[in-house]
Every structure is written in C-alpha cells, then in structure tokens.
Design a protein around this ligand. Structure first.
Ligand code: ASP
Length: 451
C-alpha cells in the first residue's frame, strides 16, 4: 500500500486535479490520498489557506465577511464547474463555511484553525466527488471518524500517540481514500491544525499508521536540489537523502518538506519519495533510512540557511568548574517554555541560539535578568537578526578537510562566521552568521562544494 500526498499547487485548478487523479489511478497501490487546499494557480494568485486566514480576520474585525467568503467559494466553484460536478458540491462547501463562521468564539486561534482546516477538508470532498463522478470507488475520509487525534495546540498541533492505532484501521478499507491534510481533532473535539505546510505531516502519520511501503509526496519539482533554486541557478539535483540529512535541511529552511513530516515514518523506516505532479515519470528524490542508503559520492548533500534567530551569550569566569551551571541555564528557558536550537560553548561561556518568534521581549528580559541575578553571570548579551547556515552530508563523516574548505569559502566571500557547531555524528556543520549574510553564505558554500 502507498500513501500519496499532493501539495497545494497540484490542487490549484481542475487541470491539476485531473493530473492528480490520473497519477492515483495509474497505480492501484495508491490507496490513501492526502490532499492540501488549492494553492496558487500562478505567481499573482493567493492560496486558499491564506484566503481562509483573511476570512477569519475579517470575521474578527467585523469587516466585509460576504466578500471574503465569496473569494473562497469562488475557488471551489470554478474547479467544480471545470470538472463538470454540478451545483450540489459547491452548495455543500458554501454551507460548510457558513456553519464554521457561525461558530466564531472569543478564542481567535481556535476559530482560525476551524476556518483554515476547511481548505483541505473541502478539497478532499471535491476530489472524492470527482473520482466518484468518473466511476471510481473513492471516498472522502473524515479525520475525526478515522482517529486523527492531535494535541490542542492551535496552529501548531502534534499527533497524539494513540491516534496511530485508530488510523491503522484504514488499511482494512477497499476504497481509494481521500484524506484531508493539515488538521485533526483535539481530545475535546475541536478542530486543530499543524503548523503551515502541515499536510506533509498528515501524510507521514498515515504512512506510519498503515505501515505503507512508501510515502509518495507529490509537489512541483522533479527533484530535491542541493540548494534553494531561488538562490542558485540550476542547482545540483540530489536523487537520495537519508532521513537525518533531510531533517537537518528542512529544519534550516528547505521548504520542500515540512520539518516534522519525517518523524512518524523515521521510526518505521518507510521511504519517502518526493515527486512532481507535472512530470510524474521523473523518479524524484528518495529519502531513506541511513542503513539502506548507498555510500555517498559527494561529501555534501545540501546547503540551507534560515534567518529569524537570536543568540544569548552567557559568560561566567571558571564556568567549567561549576557543576550544574548548564542545567540551571537551560532550566530558565524551560520555565519560560522556550526550546533552544543550538548551544555552542567555550570553557567559560555558553551561547544559546533561539528562534526569535518563540521568545517575545518580555520573556527575553526575564531570562537575561535571571541569568544575571540568580545565576550570577559575569555578562549576558543578546544578538538579534542572526541566521544559521547548515552544511549537510553523510559524506562529511570521517572526511578530512570539509570544514577547512567551508571556512575558506566564507573568508573568500568576506563573511564573518560568528559561531560554528558540529555534532559528533559529523552529518552537519552549523555556521552562525548575521541574517544579512545568510544568502551569500549559501552561494559561497554551493560554489565551493558543487561548482
Ligand atoms: N494548506 C496549508 C498551508 O498552506 C497546509 C498545506 O498545504 O500543507 O499551509
């Protein structure tokens, strides 16, 4: 059995949906189909999810709700018309949206999730309706009934472990199941979504739950490339990554796959195949467990950079002799509910790299105060607007000279490296730079390792 997921650009209009259905029908093992909400039809278009966020905001701000609602319904009705589906499905979608709007509550995040989730939910209903109209044994699957149970973190949910057992029962059905991505239900029965791009996560969870042979993730590129094609012209295509390599790269800004999509399949060793809806004959890129991956031919598999980080530098003379000092530093972050990303250290100093969006100013002030007063740090300073640049590849393991080449590339491009961090697995090296240097860093490293 294969689980197959299609991103928003594959559902953007009737022509794309027909491509999706012909891909699904060309292989009878493709039984669970996860769909995103309709995405952009062209560069100037707006994704349905973004239209739904505007609709939620319009409701909150007492704006022109009818106009915002029409903008959403119009996307579905034009698809339904071009697929010759008749009025009924459009009425179902319109009534569904009105029903959701009528449930507006004071909890805006909860309300926004309810509206956002309708993007994929109605997309799945539409695709199932089309497949039925051409005589296929397809059904829309309701995530609530199927058991997609998530934590109640609106806009940032995580799957709850007992969900897998419930979802495993899908394997017993004999239909083509069209499953909406991006959302599930909390234990209280509220609609909750993953973070943006989360339909990838739905696909990963379903693939793990039914023990799929492969998780096929269809998007709009033939391969995953060694670097962002927006920065590098014709970047090197990479036919195979390991989970670990891909995890590092998607964490640092590779947008091709959601950062959390691999966690469920990783445990079961299910391969992921990234493919192109517009060129389904291309084999795409495989993401596989380390133990089944052939020996890499290149030291570096990918280069990524992400901005939006800050660093808290803590200096305390003789820190290395103080037992428990590191634990105390991290407990302060725990008390504030903040996770750290990296922690380069020296004998008397530790730098904590944190995502800026996770640390609002009031929390930062409290953290700095506690480090100075409770932990008696000699100095605490904060650098904002930082970026991390990741050089990733299994081929770097036990390979002499990779970091020399990398640091020489930074020097040649006149970029100052603020921090370097390399784990003992040697699969990646993290460089901390100023945010303005993020793109030039990727270009400099790409030229060194791929040109
Ligand atoms: N439609 C949602 C988004 O735009 C989820 C997804 O496409 O995966 O973020």
């Amino acid at each position: 059995m294969k689980v197959i997921k299609f991103g928003g650009s594959s559902l953007a209009d009737a022509k794309q949906i027909k491509k999706v259905c012909s891909i699904v029908l060309s292989d009878r093992q493709r039984r669970i189909v996860v769909v995103s909400a309709p995405g952009k039809r062209d560069g100037n278009d707006t994704k349905v999810t973004d239209l739904l966020i505007s609709l939620a905001q319009t409701c909150r701000d007492n704006g022109d709700v009818d106009a915002a609602l029409d903008a959403v319904v119009e996307r579905y009705s034009s698809i339904a018309k071009d697929l010759h589906l008749g009025k009924e499905i459009v009425n179902t979608i319109k009534n569904d949206l009105k029903g959701r709007i009528s449930k507006q509550t004071d909890n805006y995040n909860m309300f926004e999730d309810l509206l956002k989730a309708s993007g994929e939910d109605n997309s799945a209903k539409l695709v199932a309706c089309y497949l039925q109209s051409i005589g296929e044994n397809a059904e829309y699957v309701d995530p609530k009934e199927a058991g997609m149970i998530l934590s109640n973190e609106f806009g940032n949910a995580q799957v709850l472990p007992h969900s897998y057992e419930l979802l495993a029962k899908l394997a017993e059905r004999d239909t083509i199941m069209i499953f909406p991505g991006f959302f599930g239900y909390s234990e209280d029965g509220d609609v909750v979504t993953f973070s943006r791009g989360g339909s990838d996560v739905t696909g990963g969870i379903l693939a793990a739950a039914v023990n799929a042979d492969v998780y096929e993730n269809f998007t709009d590129v033939d391969f995953v490339y060694a670097a962002n094609p927006k920065l590098i012209e014709n970047p090197f295509p990479i036919p195979l990554f390991t989970y670990e390599e891909m995890r590092e790269l998607s964490y640092a800004g590779f947008s091709v796959l959601h950062e959390e999509a691999l966690a469920p399949v990783y445990k079961k060793g299910i391969p992921v195949n990234i493919r192109n809806t517009n060129n389904p004959d291309a084999p795409g890129t495989f993401i596989v467990p380390d133990k089944t991956a052939p020996k890499p031919t290149l030291p570096v598999a990918g280069i990524a950079a992400d901005t939006g980080f800050m660093t808290i530098h803590v200096y305390k003379y003789m820190m290395n002799r103080l037992i428990g000092y590191g634990r105390k530093l991290l407990s302060v972050l725990e008390e504030e509910g903040i996770s750290f990303e990296h922690m380069p250290s020296g004998i008397d100093s530790i730098s904590l790299i944190i995502r800026e969006k996770n640390c609002p100013p009031e929390k930062l002030d409290r953290i700095v105060k506690k480090y100075k007063e409770e932990l008696a740090a000699d100095s605490v300073s904060v650098d904002k607007d930082q970026a991390i640049v990741m050089l990733v590849g299994r081929g770097m393991t036990k390979n002499v000279g990779v970091s020399t080449r990398a640091t020489a590339a930074f020097a040649k491009a006149n970029i100052n490296i603020r921090m370097i961090n390399q784990g003992s697995s040697e699969v990646s090296i993290m460089f901390g730079v100023e945010a303005k240097d993020a793109k030039p860093s990727v270009i400099a490293l790409y030229n060194e390792f791929f040109n």
